[in-house]
Design a protein around this ligand. Structure first.
Ligand code: NAD
Ligand code: UDX
Length: 468
């Protein structure tokens, strides 16, 4: 099939590449010239494991990248995967969706029936609104010349290729027969896993033929739009909940790793998303929970559980700052090292991270901060240009004359670094591991006064069964 994917960001570049790998003639369109030039050279515009090997094998063959919307004219399916950031009141800012719809509308030829599939996370009713925008801009007849279907994306950064090739579910929101049949045809390769043996040589994960195939779930458009927000908000609630239990463990003397592992053994709860952190974050959870709350308040149906989870998540960021403050007897004049600026490992995405909140508070309290991240320092600096912090290319250097080092993101490289050298260069070798990621006894042998989160009762936390 001929496919167009609009947006070359975290979703669009991976989605476009996956569709091309599934033998669809795919064109990625973006207004950002630099991203398009990189894609055209076979380079991925974002850091996402596996893309660096898969993309060069497809570009110029089944995958093309351009700033021109011309490919829209003869596309069977057009994915919209542009950003939907937050307005100041929390509601979704749909300006990029509007611009995209107007551009698509101007380029639709009407010579073939076209399905426009909404992959961006958008408020309930957006597909309907986009239908009207497309009709205005094209002069074509909705549901006769084209249809808009909701196809929310559930990929996780860092596991994006695994998630697009082996999704748990594919959700399609439409009641249009041709819209439904076109989307089924498009996803047939994912449902059959045809050609996956060849594909999987590019992946860092092993291909399990026995793994259950994706569930293909069709519903109406508004329900599909809501499934995306409701899922992300549910996961955000789960994280806030285990983080509250971690705080309680510190107060009462339990071990949250064992509590989470024990809870996760109940198949109704499950072991995933019970991993303690300084609070969940990133480009999706904060904005999607904010939009859902904003939408629910507007119709007098406030989601109280989600509201509490958002407040609890911010409390967790603050708790980490307070824990440091207590341990160091104040933060003024203290040197703090931060390991990890991205909201999770294996991504360069530094939008709306725990680190920006926590570092901001440390600076407000008069601390000096040295930071390291293997992929995220460029974007973090771009997004926080006025933050007076020192960027270190070597993680060990964040410990220079430090009173504390805080691990915020569990990059695997932090397992391998020279911790003994770091302990030796610190003013006080206090190490706060907000992910309970490092081996406590090894850290103590290296000379650290080591603390995790929620593991007050045990000197050496056990390794629980955690989600990926
Ligand atoms: P992003 O900011 O990384 O990428 C968006 C891209 O769209 C940018 O490259 C931008 O230049 C481009 N763009 C903006 N206006 C355009 C236009 N008029 N024409 C062509 N290109 C245009 O965003 P993202 O993280 O990929 O997210 C995209 C959408 O997918 C959002 O709605 C997001 O909520 C949703 N989503 C994101 C993730 C994720 O992990 N990042 C996961 C699931 C869903
Ligand atoms: C999320 C959803 O998981 C994905 O389905 C959706 O498509 C986009 O939003 P992502 O933003 O990539 O994906 O990150 P995710 O893996 O969900 O983690 C979000 C935040 O929660 C990160 O800061 C992560 O470190 C944190 N987290 C996650 C925890 O603190 N504990 C956990 O157990 C899991």
């Amino acid at each position: 099939m001929r496919v167009v994917c609009i947006g070359a960001g975290y979703v669009g570049s991976v989605t476009g590449t996956a569709l091309a790998a599934n033998h669809h003639h795919t064109t990625i369109i973006d207004v950002n010239q630099e991203k398009i030039e990189r894609l055209s050279r076979g380079e991925c515009p974002i850091y996402e494991p596996g893309m660096e090997t898969l993309l060069p094998t497809l570009i110029g063959k089944s995958l093309f990248a351009t700033t021109s919307y011309d490919a829209v004219a003869d596309a069977d399916v057009i994915f919209i995967a542009v950003g939907t950031p937050s307005n100041p009141d929390g509601s979704a800012d749909l300006r990029y969706i509007k611009q995209t719809a107007e551009q698509i509308g101007k380029h639709l030829s009407g010579e073939r029936f076209t399905v426009i599939a909404m992959k961006s996370t958008v408020p309930v009713g957006t597909c309907q609104w986009v239908t009207a925008l497309l009709a205005d801009a094209s002069g074509l007849t909705p549901e006769s010349d084209f249809t808009v279907v909701s196809n929310p994306e559930f990929l996780r950064e860092g596991f994006a290729l695994e998630d697009v090739f082996f999704p748990d579910r594919i959700v399609i929101g439409s009641v249009h027969p041709q819209g439904l049949s076109t989307m089924r045809r498009l996803y047939q390769g994912v449902l059959d896993r045809s050609g996956y043996e060849d594909l999987c040589q590019h992946f860092s994960f092993s291909y399990d033929l026995a793994a259950p195939p994706a569930v293909y779930f069709e519903t109406d458009t508004k329900s599909a739009e809501l499934i995306k927000y409701a899922s992300n908000a549910f996961l955000a609630v789960k994280i806030s909940y285990i983080n509250e239990i971690a705080r309680l463990c510190e107060a009462l003397g339990g071990n949250v790793l064992d509590v989470a592992a024990g809870m996760g053994l109940d198949s109704r709860i499950g072991p995933k998303f019970l991993q303690v952190s300084s609070g969940g974050s990133g480009s999706c959870f904060p904005k999607d929970t904010a939009e859902l709350l904003s939408a629910s308040e507007k119709v007098d149906s406030e989601l109280m559980v989600v509201k509490a989870a958002v407040a609890s998540n911010e409390r967790m960021h603050q708790y980490v700052v307070e824990k440091l403050e207590r341990r160091l007897n104040g933060l003024k004049g203290k040197n703090i090292g931060i390991l990890g600026l991205t909201f999770k490992p294996d991504t360069d995405d530094a939008r709306r991270t725990q680190a920006s909140y926590i570092i901001g508070k440390l600076l407000e309290e008069g601390a000096q901060v040295r930071v390291h991240d293997p992929q995220g320092m460029g974007m973090f600096r771009e997004l926080n240009p006025d933050m007076p912090i020192t960027y270190c290319t070597d993680p060990v250097q964040t410990g220079q004359d430090a009173d504390a080092v805080v691990l915020l993101t569990h990059w695997s490289m932090y397992q391998e670094m020279d911790w003994q050298q770091m302990a030796g260069m610190m003013r006080q070798p206090y190490l706060l591991d907000t992910r309970n990621f490092l081996d406590a006894s090894r850290m103590r042998t290296c000379g650290f006064d080591y603390q995790g989160l929620g593991v007050a009762a045990k000197a050496s936390p056990s390794l629980g069964v955690m989600g990926k």
